[in-house]
Design a protein around this ligand. Structure first.
Ligand code: KG4
Ligand code: ZN
Length: 345
């Protein structure tokens, strides 16, 4: 039986809504999705202001939902399951999506499913033309998380390693701020890096040879700050070189640790997910390294790397398809701002 699933994402600074349909067999199909990014609004503050984020989600989410139904030519009453991001994320922002999902579910008499945001990122490559197959190593690199997981199926996630301090996205964002670039820093820093020399500054590669699969990026930001101070008046002329050197340091650690995870698990497939997965240097270096080792790499479509509703609807659809979770009518506002991915079953 095919199911129509509405997905709602509101965990941070993007409001996303999407409709996915699960066929009787085969992968779920994205029918429509709509997104509103709050980047312009938060830019003036240099980062996400949680209260402003919540208020903006409230303003945007209903028009986005109407847009998605119009695009797909479907009606609300046809929805079989309402999925929303239950966590992790900003509590107030999460509550907006949870509130709409629960209200809609109750009004339609349909079940509501609370999706793990990182599971959404993790499964988002299944929406691409080059969908992966289980099992694989996942490199999850978002603004708040940096994790290597062994993934054997939906809900079968084994944490192999993670950051002990800042996430890779945070390293991009914080270094970008030190270089006087806007928020979010990742795209801005990587654009500037294109004009710089990645070998100009020898920045640290923390935990590169630690023997485990953990990451640490907090020291890198300090090294960037020290280098910027040392440059003094010269910083302006060397900004692109410093950006390129920073990006090279982050990417080298991500690529080498991913290769280590492949060695450790013996797996031949990698899935990269989360906002930093949009980084062109990361893609180029990981592709080159994996081609050499005959490992397949899969990414989400570029526009689905950062937060969106499609990945939330998709994760719900894949959970339902493999019978991992039959959604009970859950009309309770119990969002989980902190929620480890490997606690899922
Ligand atoms: O997955 P995401 O949209 O949100 C979270 O769940 O955190 O990831 C956002 C992060 C930000 O840190 C942003 O700077 C980073 O992804 N990012 C990038 C690029 N695009 C987004 N980092 C490096 N290069 C990019 N092209
Ligand atoms: Zn995210």
């Amino acid at each position: 039986m095919s199911l129509l699933i509405l997905g709602i994402e509101s965990s941070c600074d993007e409001t996303g809504v999407a409709l996915v349909e699960t066929p009787a067999s085969g992968l779920p199909r994205l029918l429509a999705h709509a997104l509103h990014s709050q980047i312009d609004m938060h830019q003036a503050y240099g980062g996400v202001v949680p209260e402003l984020a919540s208020r903006d989600h409230i303003r945007r989410v209903l028009p986005l939902m109407e847009d998605v139904f119009a695009q797909a030519g479907r009606r609300r009453a046809e929805v079989d399951v309402v999925a929303f991001t239950r966590g992790p994320g900003l509590a107030g922002a999460l509550l907006v999506g949870a509130g709409l999902a629960c209200a809609l579910g109750a009004a339609l008499g349909k079940p509501v499913l609370g999706v793990h945001h990182l599971e959404g990122h993790l499964l988002s490559p299944f929406l691409s033309a080059d969908a992966p197959e289980f099992p694989f190593v996942a490199l999850l690199v978002s603004g708040g998380h940096t994790q290597l997981m062994r993934v054997d199926g939906v809900g079968q996630y084994q944490l192999l390693g993670e950051t002990i301090d800042d996430a890779a996205g945070e390293a991009f964002d914080k270094s970008a701020k030190l270089l006087g670039l806007g928020y979010p820093g990742g795209p801005a820093l990587s654009r500037l890096a294109e004009q710089g020399d990645a070998k100009a500054f020898a920045l640290p590669r923390p935990l590169l040879h630690s023997g485990d699969l953990d990451f640490s990026f907090a020291g890198l930001k300090t090294a960037v700050l020290t280098q910027a101070k040392k440059l003094g008046d010269q910083l302006d002329a060397r900004r692109a070189d410093l950006a390129a050197s920073t990006q090279a340091a982050i990417v080298e650690v991500l690529v080498k640790k991913t290769l280590k995870a492949l060695q450790h698990t013996g797996l031949q497939r990698v899935v990269v997910a989360g906002g930093v997965g949009a980084n062109a240097l990361l893609r180029a270096q990981l592709n080159a390294a994996c081609t050499q080792q005959r490992v397949r790499v899969h990414y989400p479509e570029l526009h689905l790397c950062t937060d969106n509703g499609a990945m939330i609807a998709m994760a719900a659809a894949m959970r339902l398809q493999c019978g991992r979770e039959v959604p009970a009518p859950l009309y309770a506002f119990d969002v989980k701002p902190r929620w480890p991915l490997d606690s899922l079953a």
